[in-house]
Design a protein around this ligand. Sequence first.
Ligand code: URA
Length: 446
Amino acid sequence: MPPETVEWNGDAQGSLIGGQDVAALPAVREAPRVSSDFMALANAVLCHRDPQRHALLYRLLWRMGQGERGLLDHATDADVHRAEVLAKSVRRDTHKMKAFVRFREVPGETEAFVAWFEPEHYIVDRVAPFFARRFAGMRWAILTPYRSAHWDGHALAFGPGGVRADAPEDDARESLWRTYYANIFNPARLNPTMMRSEMPQKYWKHLPETQLLPELIQNAGARVREMAERAPELPRRRIPEAPAEPVLTADDSLDAVRAAAAACRRCELWQPATRTVFGEGPDDARVVLMGEQPGDEEDLSGRPFVGPAGKLLDRVLAELGIDRRTLYLTNAVKHFRFEQRGKRRLHRNPTSTQVQACRPWLQQELARIDPQLIVCLGANAARTVLGGDFQLMAQRGQWRVMAEGARALATLHPSWVLRQPEGEARQAALALFKNDLALLAAALPQ
Ligand code: URA
């Protein structure tokens, strides 16, 4: 029947087709096909209190059946728009009911709870399955003025509405809840407009915490002023205060420099590293051997050249008859720079800023030891001592006289030697390394 010929009679259409089998009605034509979007919309609209909801849905259904297939896409169509407005209001009410139902324990029963709620629309059937899932393990009932829902732990049942007095007024949990709410209430963040939009006043009667609101709101201004006047509480520092780096003079010993360097924070490398790895050896050594930066084992032990590169160095020195104990071994950078990969710490080259930040320590070491010979291991060490444009492969293995009178020589880094493919390449690299260090052996007094 065309919609304009049908008169919808308020809420009485529950008996419209009086329990008859719809398919058996004489006038039923082929049922119009509708999308699942329409079914979802209709489901929501049917819960609305508007007495015209059935008329509206019938009109939409009729029009779709008459060929207006994409009708729901026309948001500006008056019927579509009205249906969306009603559905939105029902969805909002549904959401609020999920948020604001508060169960109270039934006195004298174990694990039985009753809630009183006054929804705006007919949404009890729509929302009850949510509570059945959420509170599956307890027995509960939600009473509303028009309908009630009951869950016995197994099945949902619906019954007539009730009155507020059917539900317990208060229970022990409620005062706990109020205490909690009063404690988390932040007066500085009070925004009554937002609060009313999120928690509309019509639901306040269901919420124990709202009894506190007038007082909390009234006192908020004074509490904020008091908070502002209170001395600020500084956040607890998780990084220990930087120990003050002692100021050194030229008279301070190498040990004093070592102690000062232990507190170094001149660049960020101190943070991930375990410790400063300072130079090691006699403070009047004739020879300083200088690498780039400590590696993993050096960082852990606190001593330079103790890992694989150090072991190769030791071997070559021993073969050349050089006693490591007579040398001062150090690095251009005194903290290990690495990248964490799982459990492994992979070496990363220090940046030029980090080398610069560390340079004063090297200068202090060299100033105190005053060596005659400096051997730089690898390009980075060589550039620190012999200048930024030093070309290791072209210029290695030659003594150069430095401004201070000492002589310096650069050779390969033992780690680089170890990185060469085993066999010929490694042997060739090792031979170069050993030849260069032989120049050191030759420069030492016999
Ligand atoms: N490589 C270096 O340059 N220095 C060390 O101390 C160890 C490995």
